[in-house]
Design a binder for this molecule. Sequence first.
Ligand SMILES: CC(C)(COP(=O)(O)OP(=O)(O)OC[C@H]1O[C@@H](n2cnc3c(N)ncnc32)[C@H](O)[C@@H]1OP(=O)(O)O)[C@@H](O)C(=O)NCCC(=O)NCCS
Length: 167
Amino acid sequence: MSWVITTKTKPIIKPISISYNKLCYDDIDSIVLIEIQNSHNPWSKNQLVESILNLNNLCYSISINNQIIGFLLAMPTIDTADILNISINKDYQGKGYGKKLLHFLIKELKDRMIRQLILEVRVSNQAAISFYLKHSFEKISLRKNYYMINSKHPNQKEDGIIMRLKF
Ligand SMILES: CC(C)(COP(=O)(O)OP(=O)(O)OC[C@H]1O[C@@H](n2cnc3c(N)ncnc32)[C@H](O)[C@@H]1OP(=O)(O)O)[C@@H](O)C(=O)NCCC(=O)NCCS
């Protein structure tokens, strides 16, 4: 007679650590990849570097287990901040990380007594518009023909929506 001995092993659950960090030059390659993945007209590497190195800007990454999965660039003025860019790695979208990064920014802004966020978004970017509406942004105006649709067709333009959140 032969015996088969089975043992139940407990699944190994790796803890996930989420961190927020100021972006620095060394992060540039990670965020360029996320930007290219997410946009038909991605910011160039130079534009991203310029924004990160601008000491006035607030530029943060969100990481899972020390791997950058998203970033946010904002430009504060006296009582308002503009979101210049926010982008989450496609594999991690729809899982609440954009929301976490936005909330992290809002907390930082409150600490600086800034109570308003403004941004511009393409009318065709319905996912981002839904994301902002979900977070209580309101549409405040329309910029006609503000965005180039594709760099291959520089004359084709689309409108931009300006949105605002007061907190
Ligand atoms: C827009 C973006 C930053 C949102 O980040 P995200 O991590 O995917 O969003 P979250 O998972 O935190 O979503 C929070 C809420 O936003 C809404 N939302 C997010 N993505 C959505 C989508 N594709 N369609 C509809 N609603 C969406 C949902 O209502 C969600 O709430 P729920 O969890 O109750 O469903 C991300 O999708 C992204 O990087 N997009 C590409 C880059 C981009 O367009 N940036 C904006 C430029 S203006």
